[in-house]
Structure formats: structure tokens, C-alpha cells
Design a protein around this ligand. Sequence first.
Ligand SMILES: Cc1cc2nc3c(=O)[nH]c(=O)nc-3n(C[C@H](O)[C@H](O)[C@H](O)COP(=O)(O)OP(=O)(O)OC[C@H]3O[C@@H](n4cnc5c(N)ncnc54)[C@H](O)[C@@H]3O)c2cc1C
Length: 356
Amino acid sequence: MEDVVVIGAGLSGLTAAQALHQAGYRVVVVDKSRGLGGRLATRRIGSTAIDHGCRYLQPIENSNHSSKHHSNLSLISDLVAAGILQPWQPESFELGADGELKATAKVTLYAAPQGMSSMAKALAPGLTIHRQWRATAITPIPQGWQVEGDVLGAAGQPKAFTARGLVVAIPAPQAAALMHRAAQVSEGVQALLCQLSSVVYDAVVTVMAGYGSGELARLPGQTDSGGWMVSSDAHPTWRWIALDSSKRTDPQEPVVVLHSSPTFAANSLDQNDLEPLGQALLLEAAHLAVWMLSPNWSQVHRWRYGFVHQALGAPFLSNPAVPNLVGCGDWCNGGNVEGAIASGHAAAAALAKTLG
Ligand SMILES: Cc1cc2nc3c(=O)[nH]c(=O)nc-3n(C[C@H](O)[C@H](O)[C@H](O)COP(=O)(O)OP(=O)(O)OC[C@H]3O[C@@H](n4cnc5c(N)ncnc54)[C@H](O)[C@@H]3O)c2cc1C
């Protein structure tokens, strides 16, 4: 029997797991994916790293920021000191609802030259992590919790874990599905399910596209020769487009990452074949710069739970009737990566108090 099982090795789960591990608890982490980091996702195509999830960290100096989190400056400076993050200063543009591109002030962002998932790897040392292990149900037992799962990877892994405490660090709708069976026997879990139902996510369709080593992947109106990014919260098709390869130390070829708007993604949620969606997005991108229409290669990914649209409004998920079960993630208080980390810390502290 473990002290704690953490379900989910995204930033919130790894933060909670590392905090509990450092406090002396025996912790096991499980994640359904092969890699660590969840939406801190880096795909490797040949020797090229591409961030198709989280794009960068932006320093927040003010604790009155709408996400209600502490400043993330110390996290950024630690990761810069560890050689994981580097400043990234793309030439920045805002895309209006009518498709008009306007230059905006350049800001200093922080990106990982090896890919954003390297941030997650920095949190993993010392932890026991079972990858490709998908939790399918949790059950209250007299000593704590049993977690059952599907072993998707290497044979020989346990099919279930038991622990005194449980941290559920997966997106709210997936957490609700996982807790469904336990809710039938526990009023506390039923109350948690009720809280989870208030959380809403926006989906994102993401295209990664490579343009060959000789291309000049520039935007009209661009004055620098370096990286660029286009953001929009008004355009019907786009949320963000950028020259991802400008984050790398030694880029092999220009690579562009394009993230769709929530509206575009919501309209395509029941479409199983993602290729036509990718083609439609590249066709639309040609309105910005015609060369974007014809990449040498492209890949499409859909994030069903991409960005939190409506958060729970609490630092972590809890109910006094089940104090040895906590939930965490960006969905608790919003705030993306910083929110996920803050939530992981808060959940770990609360669980440690219960476990003693
Ligand atoms: C396209 C995109 C761009 C983004 N850009 C930025 C950005 O620039 N800056 C920023 O701050 N934030 C950004 N974000 C948001 C940021 O990535 C997230 O807020 C943050 O990574 C969430 O971390 P998390 O731990 O809460 O969840 P996740 O990263 O989603 O981690 C959950 C983990 O749980 C695992 N899991 C799920 N179900 C199960 C199960 N049943 N059993 C076992 N494991 C399971 C998953 O595999 C995953 O590893 C972006 C997100 C997307 C999608």
C-alpha cells in the first residue's frame, strides 16, 4: 500500500507528487500517456522539437492578475537557471475579427529550446511513475483508495494500486468519468462530481507544419528577421499562430504551429478524420501569408480539453466527507500553467494535513 497515488503526470500532478515526495510520503504517479507533461506537449519529428501544446510562459508580476495566482517569476528564474527556459521575443501581431493584422509591442516570453515538455521532466526526478497506465475507476476502501486501470504499455505493471490518499490531477470531465462509480457509494464523491460539472473547457485544433530548409517563413509587415507570433481573441478561425522553430537554438527548418479558435474547434468535435481540418486551417492561413498553404509536411492534433473556459473557482477540489481525496489542475482556479502549479501545491498541502 502506497501513501499517495497521483493520477495524471501533467504539471499539476507532478507538482503535487514532488511536494508530497519531498515531504517524505511514498508516492506513485500514473499517466495514460507515453510522455510526461500532459498539455506541456512536445512532438519530435526527426530531430525537430515542436510544441503543439503549451507555447510559452509569460512573466506575471502582479498578484492581482485575473488568474488570482502568485507571481510566477521565481519559477521562471529557476527554470532559466537550470537551462530549461530561455527568453523568447517574437515580433508580435494581433489579428482582428476582420482578418486585419496589427503589430503590437514586443514582449519577453520564456520558451524551452528542447521543447516545453522538458519543464515536466525537470519535476520528475525521484518519483515512481507508471506511464501508459490509464486509471479507469477509483473505489473507497477502509484504509483509503483503490485505483484500477488499464496497462497500455509494458506488461508486468500492476493492474491496481491502493493508497491512503489520492490526488486526481486530470482534466475535470475525465476526473468526473473516473469518479462515477465511487459516487454511487460515497456522498462525498457525489458532491465532488457536482462541483466538477461546473468546469468548462475550450477545445483547440492544432496544426504543425514544416516548410523546408530554404524557405523564408515571414509575415507581411514583419520588420525583424527572427521569430513571430500572431494572437487573436476575436477571429473566427484563429487563436494563435507562430514560427515555433524560432524557439530552438539550432532550427533545422521553419516550423509553424497554428492553434484554432474555440469556435472552429467546437464545430469540428464530432469529426474523426483530422486531416481535412488541417487542410482547412492551412487554406485559411494562406490569407495571412500565401506560403503557409504549401508545407512540406504537416500534422494535426485535437485538444478536446485545451484551455479552461470556466474554472471551479477554488485552489483545489475537495470535500470534507472525503478528505483523503483531492483534485488539482488548471481547471481549479484557471491560470494555465501557473494555475496548474499553484493548484498542485495547494492540493498536496491539504492532503498532507489529512494524512498527517
Ligand atoms: C494548445 C495549447 C496551448 C497552450 N498554451 C499555453 C501557454 O502558452 N502558456 C500557458 O501557461 N498555458 C498554456 N496552455 C495551457 C497549459 O498547457 C495547461 O494549463 C497546463 O499544462 C495544464 O496542466 P494540468 O496538469 O492541469 O493538466 P494536463 O497537462 O492536461 O495533465 C493531465 C494529465 O493527466 C493524464 N490523464 C488523463 N486522464 C488520465 C487517466 N484516466 N489515467 C491516467 N492519466 C490520465 C494526461 O495524459 C495528462 O498527462 C496551453 C494549452 C493548450 C492545449
